[in-house]
Design a protein around this ligand. Structure first.
Ligand SMILES: *Cc1c(COP(=O)(O)O)cnc(C)c1O
Length: 365
């Protein structure tokens, strides 16, 4: 079959807006919801995502690095932009000029940057043990009588697991450290942290996963709606005899005459090889299994149980949608949904669905 297209990834910008508003509802009007758009908005496209978020009342954004900060500033002149990676003192003037807010992860970061008149946030260490200023270092910093930070923040290690005692330990340490910085706004929770209750919300929550539809805290039902739809085209249909094996290493063997659909999607498009013989695809309203090893450019589905009219080369089938969520694909691949999302997002041509530019935007909060 000729004329077969690459897979297509649809990103629903209105769903991202809805997820922002859903988070606002959970935390209430006294808590700011900020959008984490690092790693190119989890692979979904920072340039496309920030405008629709601002349109529903998102005023602050967290990015990974300076390059991403510039991309957000190019679209949003007034947004607060926090940069998560450690700042470069040589860029102090540039930060100032663009009102960027670098996050200081060490005493040295703060000591070199703050005297140069930059806005800054402080990341304090409460139990993640990755980066952050210790209690003692914070004391030292306070003694230097620097300008107050724009935000004091820390990051929960186990928020996905509400019963984990590390959550309250981190919260208590965080509160103790915040006493030293008195008036500065505070932020502890990311997406999963917002479901731990208002004691974890402080002044600002930083959500990434939830915006992109992931339900890290396994809330039932999820307050967040699906954002991505991935589809691939059936390149070929073949009838395989009983006993024949399918694909590399013959990991699937036909136990009946089997109609295979050969999909034009493989691990080069972000499908995890480790999900071979595990995934499902939606063909119309039917769901069928992916069979055999996932190859670089191809994967096979078993179409035997489908009505013959659906076994047509050129038909599109879906691998991610609201019935086949990213969480399921990740679990079947043995990984976490964020990794799956980034892989799929960065490996495929993205198309954006939105009423954002065409219709009335959703109500601002
Ligand atoms: C990535 C990140 C977040 C967002 O986490 P989600 O769980 O995806 O909401 C928040 N804060 C920091 C410091 C991060 O690195």
């Amino acid at each position: 079959m000729t004329g077969i297209s690459s897979p297509q990834l649809f990103v629903d910008l209105e769903a991202i807006q809805r997820n922002f508003l859903a988070a606002k509802l959970i935390v209430g009007s006294n808590v700011e919801v900020s959008a984490v758009v690092k790693s190119d908005a989890y692979g979904l496209g920072i340039d496309q995502v920030v405008g629709p978020l601002a349109a529903v009342g998102c005023h602050s954004f967290f990015v990974a690095d300076l390059e991403e900060a510039i991309r957000v500033r190019n679209q949003l002149a007034a947004a607060k932009i926090y940069i998560l990676s450690s700042p470069k003192p040589s860029m102090a003037r540039f930060y100032r000029k663009n009102d960027f807010i670098p996050v200081c992860n060490t005493l040295e970061d703060a000591a070199t940057l703050v005297p140069r008149g930059c806005l800054y946030a402080l990341n304090v260490e409460t139990g993640f043990s990755r980066s952050g200023i210790s209690f003692g270092e914070l004391r030292t910093l306070i003694h230097c009588k620097l300008n107050a930070p724009a935000l004091v923040m820390s990051h929960l290690a186990c928020a996905d697991d509400p019963g984990n005692s590390i959550n309250s330990l981190q919260k208590n340490r965080f509160m103790a450290m915040c006493e030293l910085t008195a008036t500065a706004p505070r932020s502890l929770a990311a997406s999963a942290g917002i479901s731990l209750g208002s004691a974890y919300h402080f002044d600002l929550v930083r959500i990434g996963s939830a915006l992109y539809g992931l339900n890290n805290a396994s809330l039932d039902p999820s307050p967040f709606v699906n954002v991505v739809r991935l589809r691939a085209q059936v390149a070929d249909i073949r009838l395989v005899r009983t006993g024949e094996s399918v694909g590399y290493m013959g990991t699937f063997r036909a136990c009946r005459p089997t109609w295979l659909g050969i999909l034009a999607i493989g691990y080069s498009h972000g499908l995890a090889w480790s999900a071979s013989n595990q995934l499902f695809a939606d063909v119309g309203s039917h769901q069928v299994p992916v069979v055999g090893r996932i190859a670089m450019e191809y994967a096979a589905i078993d179409m035997t149980d489908l009505p013959a009219s659906l076994r047509v080369a050129g038909r599109w089938v879906e691998l991610l949608n609201e019935r086949l969520p990213t969480e399921l694909m990740a679990r079947l691949a043995g990984t976490i949904p964020q990794e799956t999302l980034i892989r799929i997002g960065t490996s495929n041509t993205r198309q954006y669905l939105s009423s954002y530019l065409k219709k009335q935007p959703l109500a601002r909060i």
